[in-house]
Design a protein around this ligand. Sequence first.
Ligand SMILES: CC(C)(COP(=O)(O)OP(=O)(O)OC[C@H]1O[C@@H](n2cnc3c(N)ncnc32)[C@H](O)[C@@H]1O)[C@@H](O)C(=O)NCCC(=O)NCCS
Ligand SMILES: Nc1ncnc2c1ncn2[C@@H]1O[C@H](COP(=O)(O)OP(=O)(O)OP(=O)(O)O)[C@@H](O)[C@H]1O
Length: 198
Amino acid sequence: MGKSTVSRMLEQRNVPVLDADQMVHELYAAGGLAVEPIGAAFPTAVTGGAVDRTALSACVVGNPAALRQLEDIVHPLVKAQRCLGLRRAAEWGAEAVVLDIPLLFETGAEADCDLTVAVSAPPHIQRRRVLSRKGMSPEKLASLLARQLPDAERCRKANVVIDTGCSLKETEKSIDELVSTFPSRTRKAYSKVSTDAG
Ligand SMILES: CC(C)(COP(=O)(O)OP(=O)(O)OC[C@H]1O[C@@H](n2cnc3c(N)ncnc32)[C@H](O)[C@@H]1O)[C@@H](O)C(=O)NCCC(=O)NCCS
Ligand SMILES: Nc1ncnc2c1ncn2[C@@H]1O[C@H](COP(=O)(O)OP(=O)(O)OP(=O)(O)O)[C@@H](O)[C@H]1O
């Protein structure tokens, strides 16, 4: 739907973003906290001390119970990382942080949010974009979509909907409008931290 693209646009405007998918990547890398429990639950999914996403996908795609089992391992670890990120952002003086979460309403994470934003595109555009990706198949798409709220319901629940069924330039404009509603200290604080961090 363009969630990561919108996240990048927000970061370019100096808004701090905590990206759940990226956290999962870190948790699955060698030394990551998810490697051991995933190895215990799905032995074929760990190779060379890291999670092999293709092998893990094969274990959970088309198997809702296995996907839930995986989520029970991963989601608490992601939540802990998120709390750490939020604490750090508060120390920096950020007044708002964007949480980029694929399963926001599905996991109840919206309870931690003051404002919710759904990134949405018409189904035929979503399908075309997703299926053009390496490693994606109609079966995998169906399996992941089955776990997600229907788009119309997600949009109904969100406070703001960003429609990405348009040009990137038009989406940039929507993001400018959205960011103009955020507290200005968020942007200033984050620019300072980015500089401090080198
Ligand atoms: C199933 C896995 C191995 C597939 O990995 P792969 O690299 O092939 O795909 P990727 O992670 O990019 O996901 C593809 C799309 O599915 C979405 N998605 C990811 N996990 C889930 C899930 N549990 N339910 C529904 N959609 C999901 C992603 O946001 C993305 O849009 C991976 O997504 C995973 O480990 N998921 C479980 C962790 C999870 O729930 N992550 C999302 C929120 S923290
Ligand atoms: N107007 C638009 N807004 C956002 N993305 C667009 C737009 N037009 C085309 N795209 C393209 O659609 C794709 C969206 O992919 P993106 O990774 O952002 O989606 P996502 O929802 O984060 O998916 P995932 O959660 O699977 O990573 C990108 O290749 C992006 O360039």
